[in-house]
Design a protein around this ligand. Structure first.
Ligand code: ATP
Ligand code: MG
Length: 422
């Protein structure tokens, strides 16, 4: 019986994977420019890391995590990471990175897991490129990560993405807004979806993030957080906006952006593209000044973002444009002696750094040439019985169709001299 993949878990096949390489390469390039360093965190963490840092009433923690018992520790649970920030914060604390250098700029690449309804742009295993700056409270760094994102999008050739910006206030001013919003929602409670009715009391801001038509309708005239910011938050947000304007980075204020997770405060943002349809966010992030402390660490402000790889690759639609790296040399051989010679030559040339391929079974010359063509080989080396006898092989340049005879005993030097593989 044939076994298929699980719904929401996709393969990334050769032909597509080149686009991913391209995007990842550009990400590394831009992170280096902004002095970010890579961190690799585990895919499995203790469940309480996520329930504590994301918040018990978030969609992720309530219903989307892949959680299973830890067979080595009775009673404890493990979870496939649904996002990267919690793990990075945990690692920062565990390795006491703050002791050596309190400001850390970190990035990560890798798969995340959420049990959501699979659809276009929404998978159950999906990949994120994410970054976190730990230890900087200043608004300059909020602006810096947004500029980094703009540079990255421009490097990969993404056009038409819009930056939507909001401030979520902080512990001083958010409670006042929360109260006003809750009062507004209570008057309209019956019109909200069952999920929002249930968790409205515990987390009214989450209603603004609900995608149900009824909730979107009800909250259209809801009070705006931007009218409730305290002086400190207002000043912080003012500087972020001024820096963006000075750098000619256009944005739209959107007071409905609350982000799904509890740990956010002050700056919150999404980069959206209308071309994505209803799952329109290609990247999202914001400031989370309380998270590290909540996890038991010293007070450490943070700001970060995550880019959705699948959505970005979808937008770039560059399948045709990105090609697999070309094969340098294809060895065409005839007869047992030809095969034996080709096998050992292939190995020697690969050791010299040349990309080489050959058939394993005798095929017609024509079929071997077709295969070389398919693989995009730049050169073909034809190892005939007659030539071997003479101590030579024929080298064919597949672009110019020029052929020349090379001496076997000087083959590697001749190839390198002709810049085959160089
Ligand atoms: P959305 O509102 O689209 O559900 P989110 O707020 O849940 O997004 P984040 O947790 O902020 O998303 O993750 C950052 C980015 O990761 C998103 O903007 C999106 O591009 C991508 N992303 C999130 N969930 C998925 C998913 N299930 N499948 C594919 N990409 C995803
Ligand atoms: Mg989501």
């Amino acid at each position: 019986m044939k076994i298929n993949s699980i719904k929401g878990f996709a393969d990334i096949l050769p032909g597509d994977v080149e686009s991913w390489h391209f995007v990842e390469e550009k990400a590394r390039e831009v992170f280096a420019r902004y002095s970010f360093f890579e961190i690799r965190i585990p895919i499995v963490e203790k469940t309480e890391l996520f329930s504590r840092s994301l918040g018990e009433t978030t969609d992720i923690v309530e219903k989307e995590m892949y959680t299973f018992p830890d067979q080595d520790a009775k009673g404890s649970l493990l979870t496939l990471r649904p996002e990267g920030t919690a793990g990075v914060a945990r690692a920062y604390l565990e390795a006491e990175l703050y002791k050596v250098e309190p400001v850390r700029k970190l990035f990560y690449l890798g798969p995340m897991f959420r049990r959501e309804r699979p659809q276009k742009g929404r998978l159950r295993q999906f990949y994120q490129i994410g970054a976190e700056v730990l230890g900087r409270p200043d608004p300059l760094v909020d602006a810096e990560v947004l500029l980094l994102l703009r540079d990255f999008f421009s490097l990969v050739g993404l056009e038409g993405a819009t930056l939507e910006l909001n401030s979520l206030g902080d512990v001083q001013c958010r409670p006042g807004y929360r109260k006003a919003l809750l009062a507004f929602l209570k008057e309209r409670e019956k019109k909200l979806c069952a999920n929002c009715q249930r968790r409205m009391e515990r987390n009214p801001l989450r209603v603004l993030d609900c995608k149900e038509e009824s909730c979107v309708e009800v909250t259209r005239d809801a009070p705006s957080i931007l009218d409730y910011l305290c002086d400190d938050c207002r000043a912080h947000f003012g500087v972020v906006q001024r820096l963006l304007r000075d750098s000619e980075l256009d944005y739209q204020l959107n007071p409905r952006i609350v982000r799904g997770l509890d740990y956010y405060c002050r700056t919150a943002f999404e980069w959206t593209s209308a071309r994505l349809g209803s799952q329109n966010a290609v990247a999202a992030g914001g400031r989370y000044d309380g998270l590290v402390e909540d996890l038991g660490g010293p007070p450490t402000p943070g700001v970060g973002f995550a880019i959705g790889m699948e959505r970005l690759v979808l937008l770039l639609e560059m399948k045709e444009a990105r090609q697999a790296p070309r094969l340098t040399l294809f060895l065409v051989w005839v007869g047992d002696a030809g095969r034996a010679w080709a096998f050992s030559a292939a190995h020697r040339l690969r050791q010299r750094g040349i990309a080489v391929e050959m058939e394993g079974e005798q095929k017609s010359l024509k079929s071997q040439m077709r295969r070389a063509d398919k693989l995009g080989a730049s050169y073909v080396l034809i190892v005939g019985e007659e030539e071997l006898g003479r101590g030579t092989v024929v080298l064919r340049n597949m672009d110019t169709k020029e052929q020349s005879e090379l001496a076997l005993d000087r083959l590697e030097d001749e190839l390198l001299a002709r810049r085959v593989g160089g």
